[in-house]
Design a protein around this ligand. Structure first.
Ligand SMILES: *[C@@H]1O[C@H](CO)[C@@H](O)[C@H](O)[C@H]1NC(C)=O
Ligand SMILES: *[C@@H]1O[C@H](CO)[C@@H](O)[C@H](O)[C@H]1NC(C)=O
Ligand SMILES: *[C@@H]1O[C@H](CO)[C@@H](O)[C@H](O)[C@H]1NC(C)=O
Length: 401
């Protein structure tokens, strides 16, 4: 506690050695490097549409690179040949070449006769063209009247398409879920559910049961706002791996949902249920768990939120982990365990007898935590903490001396 109030003193910067300067420069470089990498991962995301398209092509053609240019060349704008105009959707269209389909079929006709489109055994390539015609006719997204009649054509749409839709009918959702079964449609299902929920729709038990037959990866596709619209019950169907893609804000919503949903349980039964959601728990929530003697496993512990873990004392962590305490050693280099160790006195850590390193050494209390973290390349560097103001100050001191 005395540590928190101790600010860095200027004395620390009076005589920087070459060694400490080098260390700071390295730290600074590390910060810039990791920032650049963070920025990098925000880009270069392959759109679902592209993924879907390449999947479609490879499903059909072993060498999409050879086929694709030909397909495109064949569908360049040409007028529909006399006598080939299309007024009805029927089997005769199967014998139309790709460019003829492109030139002779109108999106309005397809929208009007979606039932027949689904009844004709078109090739994937032909379906791609028909879908393009439909998309050209509805650049803002399909109207709900068409969505209701899409049936198997739903398998051709991308998540991006679906995000343009308004879906207010639970019956439509259910019929599209039915069609999506076994079709690697997880992303489309996630988009469909998101659109339905954002329009104020409620999922009933039957729909949730249907969703359970998909990998509920859709749960992390929902924004925190959408998640908050999901019924409490959905957390009963969520498997731990479904939460892997959820961010802190989503976990926050899901934890509260789960906490309420599982409130009729207690002790180890409650813990078994709430475990996958604990990445959204606060320090207070963890303190309540600690009272339950639950012996948290290390896999769960290392997924706790850093902000939830940091306020816990050594005694609390000891009680939280029980016999699993020794697992801390293997995690001592990784966040959030590293960050927690970092805030403990080394003396107290030593008393655990696990050989943990990285605590606050004796007589080292002058340093501000942020600076200590800066020197050791801790993960707090990314914030605009005092470390950033310290580095230029120190460089200046070095140049002037
Ligand atoms: C969806 O609803 C909004 C608001 O009513 C409307 O502006 C939009 O055009 C609709 N989109 C489609 C594809 O129907
Ligand atoms: C808690 O409620 C759920 C459904 O709401 C039920 O399935 C479960 O059996 C209940 N558990 C206990 C211990 O009452
Ligand atoms: C947890 O363990 C302590 C000490 O072993 C015991 O006093 C307490 O009653 C236990 N709490 C629960 C909820 O089991």
């Amino acid at each position: 506690m005395a540590l928190q109030s101790a600010r860095p003193t200027l004395r620390f910067f009076e005589a920087p050695t070459h060694g400490s300067l080098l260390l700071l420069l390295l730290s600074l470089q590390w910060v810039l490097l990791s920032r650049a990498q963070t920025a990098d991962t925000g880009q270069g995301v392959v759109t679902p549409w592209l993924q879907r398209t390449s999947r479609d092509l490879s499903r059909q053609w072993p060498e999409p690179i050879v086929i694709l240019p030909r397909a495109l060349r064949g569908t360049e704008k040409k007028a529909c040949p006399p006598g080939r105009e299309v007024h009805v959707v029927d089997e005769s269209l199967v014998f139309y070449s790709e460019w003829e389909l492109e030139a002779c079929v109108h999106g309005a006709l397809l929208a009007e006769h979606m039932d027949q489109v689904n009844a004709v055994p078109f090739t994937y390539q032909q379906l791609n063209i028909l879908k393009r015609k439909l998309d050209q006719f509805y650049p803002q997204g399909y109207p709900e009247s068409l969505i209701q009649h899409l049936s198997y054509f739903f398998l051709e749409v991308t998540p991006e398409d679906i995000h343009k839709w308004n879906v207010t009918s639970l019956e439509t959702v259910k019929s599209l879920l039915q069609i999506s079964k076994g079709g690697k449609m997880d992303a489309q299902v996630a988009a469909l559910i998101a659109r339905y929920l954002v329009g104020g729709g409620q999922l009933d038990k039957v729909t949730l049961d249907m969703l359970a037959s998909f990998h509920p990866t859709y749960i992390c596709s929902l924004s925190p706002e959408q998640l908050s619209l999901v019924q409490q019950d959905v957390v009963w169907a969520v498997r731990p791996q479904d939460l892997d893609g959820c961010g802190p804000l989503q976990m926050d919503v899901l934890y509260h949902k789960a906490h309420i949903a599982f409130r009729n349980m207690s002790g180890s039964a409650y813990f078994a249920r709430i475990k996958p959601f604990l990445g959204g728990a606060s320090a207070e929530d963890l303190r309540v768990l600690i009272q339950q003697n639950i012996s948290m496993d290390m896999a769960t512990f290392k997924k706790l939120r850093k902000e939830a873990l940091l306020p816990l004392t050594i005694a609390e962590v000891q009680k939280l982990l029980g016999p699993n305490l020794e697992g801390l050693k293997a995690e001592e280099g990784n966040s959030p365990v590293r960050d927690w160790i970092f805030r403990q006195r080394q003396d107290d850590l030593d008393r655990l007898g696990l050989g943990l390193h990285g605590g606050i050494p004796n007589g080292y209390l002058v340093l501000d935590l942020n600076i200590r973290e800066a020197l050791l390349g801790g993960s707090h560097l990314l914030g605009p903490g005092s470390a950033f103001t310290v580095i230029p100050t120190l460089l200046l001191a070095f140049i002037l001396s």
